[in-house]
Design a protein around this ligand. Structure first.
Ligand SMILES: Cc1cc2nc3c(=O)[nH]c(=O)nc-3n(C[C@H](O)[C@H](O)[C@H](O)COP(=O)(O)O)c2cc1C
Length: 177
């Protein structure tokens, strides 16, 4: 069951959960979920929006580029270690994470990407705009720390490749009960 929520009333919950790890879900060739620690809840072009930052070689990026849709799933009592481990360290290229992390999927209301019962606060988003970040425009200290040039870009914890920012319009927001 879905219980509609007022996004603004959960702004603090969402922004506090983010750095601890929430889930970004996509559904292209298959359902996939990855942990994100960066994101932004806000307003753009007069629309409620959630922006995510996805590195070049993530399986998630290919799915986002082909479908233009994602759901955000936020835990209410902190990340669940068994889910966070699978979704934050393994790639959808190698594993079916819904099976490996024992996720209970719930069909979305408007888009094709399910939400996750275990992380009940759900935002359905349609991509309005995607832009690859230009490393040379990032302050040097951050660039050296976040994008060192000594790790192969295909490695799961790769830090060589830039992020693409995807601004998603929030088209539905609810709690899965
Ligand atoms: C706490 C935490 C936060 C993360 N935040 C992000 C993020 O904001 N953007 C990103 O591209 N990867 C982030 N990652 C890494 C991905 O979750 C990880 O590489 C994942 O295995 C990618 O899965 P995929 O290949 O199925 O897309 C984070 C990982 C952890 C553990």
């Amino acid at each position: 069951m879905k219980e509609k929520i007022d996004i603004a009333a959960y702004a603090q919950t969402i922004t506090e959960a983010l750095p601890r790890g929430i889930l970004l879900n996509t559904n292209g060739a298959k359902f996939n979920s990855m942990v994100i620690g960066w994101g932004a809840l806000g307003t753009v072009w007069g629309k409620p929006a959630f922006t995510v930052y996805v590195r070049e070689h993530r399986y998630t990026k290919a799915q986002l580029d082909s479908t233009g849709e994602f759901t955000i799933s936020i835990p209410l009592d902190g990340p669940i270690p068994s889910i966070a481990k699978v979704c934050g360290t393994q790639s959808g290229r190698d594993v079916d994470k819904d099976v490996a992390a024992r996720l209970t999927l719930e069909d979305a209301e408007i888009i094709r990407v399910p939400g996750i019962k275990e992380y009940p606060l759900t935002l359905e988003c349609k991509v309005l705009y995607a832009q690859k970040q230009e490393l040379e425009k990032i302050p040097a200290d951050i660039r050296e720390k976040m994008y060192p040039q000594d790790v192969d870009g295909t490695y799961p914890m790769a830090n060589r490749d830039a992020h693409t920012a995807y601004i998603g319009e929030i088209v539905a927001a609810y709690m899965i009960r």
